[in-house]
Design a protein around this ligand. Structure first.
Ligand SMILES: [Fe+2]
Length: 173
């Protein structure tokens, strides 16, 4: 593996800062997950995406952006039901707001189009896609939830085990 000496993480960090600022205005009432959980998961999924992207030869910064924003519907609405599909209600307007605020760190229209393809699929973890960017988001989400102590569904264990084995974490009998 050819490792770059430095990853360019500026846009994903700005995007995380953008949502941390927004989180101060999210209602604390009637949330399926706490704001603490949502903002932690946003940050650490971005980092897990960078790690897997370097390992798989994918674009680490685009992956980190997808990881940071993948639960945008849960973060913004407080409700988790159908949140993968409902990301489409939030994605475009909020990325445009981000682009206005962080002019030098814009997320491109081509990237927005890819995010709209990838993110709505991320909850179907038992389904394996041919798109490596769909797969990496499902894997990073599964690893991140697991490391935060969330129970993994039986149907999603093969994905989790395969992804963890890439990181040298093998299943113990
Ligand atoms: Fe997630």
């Amino acid at each position: 593996m050819q490792l770059p000496t430095k990853l360019d993480t500026r846009r994903s960090h700005k995007l995380i800062q953008f949502f941390l600022k927004r989180s101060e205005k999210w209602s604390k009432e009637n949330r399926d997950f706490s704001i603490y959980w949502s903002t932690s998961h946003m940050t650490t999924t971005a980092q897990t995406m960078r790690l897997l992207a370097v390992l798989r030869g994918l674009d680490p910064e685009f992956c980190a952006i997808a990881g940071a924003i993948h639960d945008i519907a849960t973060m913004e609405s407080g409700k988790a039901e159908n949140h993968a599909e409902r990301a489409l209600d939030f994605l475009e307007p909020l990325v445009h707001e981000f682009n206005q605020e962080y002019e030098k760190h814009k997320i491109t229209n081509a990237e927005i189009a890819r995010l709209k393809e990838i993110i709505p699929q991320h909850s179907d973890k038992a389904v394996v896609s041919n798109d490596p960017y769909v797969e990496i988001l499902k894997d990073a989400d599964a690893i991140d939830r697991y490391l935060h102590g969330v129970e993994t569904k039986e149907a999603e264990m093969p994905r989790l085990e395969k992804a963890l084995s890439e990181l040298g974490m093998e299943k113990r009998e």
